[in-house]
Design a protein around this ligand. Structure first.
Ligand SMILES: Cc1ncc(COP(=O)(O)O)c(C=O)c1O
Length: 452
């Protein structure tokens, strides 16, 4: 037994798994061929070309933490729509609220009373007094960045190396190997070079943070409280205190993006660790998979914004979305917050995730692999390096696309769907202990095929 990866073995195993995938998905293949005649790349959305097979699996139906494809293969879903379905698919209370609301109007550009319940609930969970609605977390982030620039009259924003906050132009920037900022590789047709709009530093680097903010030209820092889009990178002890202190010291707003870190608990990482942001954004699972996102802010922001907004032009100022706050999203959000994303949800899902993580860890130890697994609430991720990365640059350096692809495809061929981008597994309470054990078994087999 060796823990050194044999590349030629990986390559031939990958070819074998591709063949298994092809043989097991004839109807998906047929649909994919048809889809290619009307959909660019045969998929409705660019990212769907990133699945591990040579064509996407076409889903037939999903319920809870499981789904079936058009070839009648059954899957355990550990991707859960990359957090959009973290609640589990088509959860009863959300479905009922959607069915009821559909009979009573879907979108009006007028509020229904339920929206107040949602605002009050967001206040309670995240401790910020004022809320607005959007349809995606990307939009929520775009809107708060505009607000921050408007209120501070500062031109720049700041993000962390290898963050992801949606397709927000200003955030598509990384550091190269020498630590020099550059437009993110494959940044598609940026309207403005992000070097002009954005400062980028490594997470957990307090000295770099102070240097970046001390020029007093940064309107806002946009941060996930724990980085989740390049593995899971926890903040060093005291890092969040420093982030808050330095942003206050230099008059920079702090935006916390909880879109993924809502996996921590019902009030996200912010409530669990008593963070004090000026703005908070979140989307994806809030309405159980129906498009919905929100952004909240402080009393001070609300007052300043009101004082400066010209009401006659409010609809064309760059913060918009005709369907934002539509009745269907609000009804789904209310039902999801009231009945699904509850403390009981988290207690159950986190316990299962702990079991899941233990399973992965046991295999890593058994084969003495230089890999780690990290957990945040009901989310975990394994990574091909022996120690936890402290920042995006370190995490990025350990990416192994072929190995990712093999691990994903091996799991997919045996009925387990991982998130396509890296090795993330999200656990909803409908996952059973047997599902978790099954994953451990399959993970062990995949590792055994490479290193046994
Ligand atoms: C932290 C974070 N914020 C925002 C987004 C954007 O979400 P959406 O694509 O739903 O707009 C993502 C997407 O992955 C994300 O990970």
């Amino acid at each position: 037994m060796t823990n050194i990866l044999d590349r030629s073995r990986l390559e031939s195993l990958l070819t074998q798994e591709e063949q298994v995938f092809h043989n097991g998905h004839p109807k998906s293949y047929e649909l994919y061929q048809r889809a290619r005649r009307s959909l660019h790349g045969g998929v409705p959305m660019l990212w769907m070309i990133r699945w591990a097979g040579s064509f996407p699996v076409f889903a037939k139906e999903a319920s809870g933490a499981h789904f079936t494809d058009v070839d009648s293969n059954n899957y355990i879903d550990l991707c859960l729509g990359d957090t959009g379905a973290m609640t589990g698919h088509s959860t009863g209370a959300t479905v009922k609220a959607i069915q009821d609301q559909i009979q009573k109007g879907i979108t009006l550009m007028l509020p229904y009373e339920d929206v107040i319940w949602v605002g009050e609930e967001l206040q309670r969970r995240f401790k910020l007094p004022y809320w607005q609605f959007a349809l995606t977390a990307t939009d929520a982030n775009r809107f708060v960045l505009r607000m921050a620039r408007m209120l501070t009259a500062r031109p720049k924003i700041m993000v962390f190396n290898y963050c992801y906050h949606g397709s927000v132009d200003e955030t598509l920037i990384v550091l190269d190997e020498e630590g020099t900022p550059m437009s993110r590789p494959n940044n598609l047709g940026p309207q403005i070079d992000p070097l002009l709009t954005t400062k980028v530093i490594e997470f957990n680097d307090i000295a770099a943070l102070e240097t970046a903010l001390s020029a007093r030209d940064v309107a806002a820092v946009l941060a996930e409280p724990v980085m989740t889009n390049i593995g899971i990178i926890h903040p060093d002890p005291g890092y969040h205190d420093a982030l808050r202190e330095l942003t206050l010291k230099y008059g920079t707003y702090l935006i916390i993006d909880e879109t993924h870190t809502i996996c921590t608990g019902s009030g996200g990482y912010t409530a669990a660790f008593d963070l004090q942001p000026d703005f908070l954004t979140i989307g994806k699972p809030l309405a159980g998979g129906v498009p919905a996102a929100v952004y909240g802010f402080t009393e001070e922001v609300s007052q300043q914004f009101t004082a400066r907004l010209n009401v006659d032009d409010a609809d064309v100022g760059g913060i918009g979305g005709t369907l934002a706050g539509n009745a269907l999203s609000i009804a789904a959000m209310k039902a999801t917050l009231q009945n699904v994303l509850t403390d009981e949800f988290y207690a159950k899902a986190i316990k299962l995730q702990e079991k899941f993580t233990e399973g992965v860890e046991t295999v890593i130890k058994e084969f003495d692999l230089p890999w780690i697994v990290k957990r945040l609430g009901n989310r975990s991720e394994y990574w091909f390096r022996p120690t936890p990365p402290r920042n995006g640059g370190e995490a990025y350096a350990a990416i192994d696309h072929d190995l990712d692809r093999y691990m994903h495809l091996f799991a997919l061929n045996r009925g387990i769907l991982m998130t396509p981008f890296h090795n993330m597994a999200l656990i909803s309470p409908e996952i059973t202990e047997a599902d978790v054990d099954y994953h451990t078994k399959i993970f062990r087999e995949a590792v055994g095929s490479l290193f046994g």
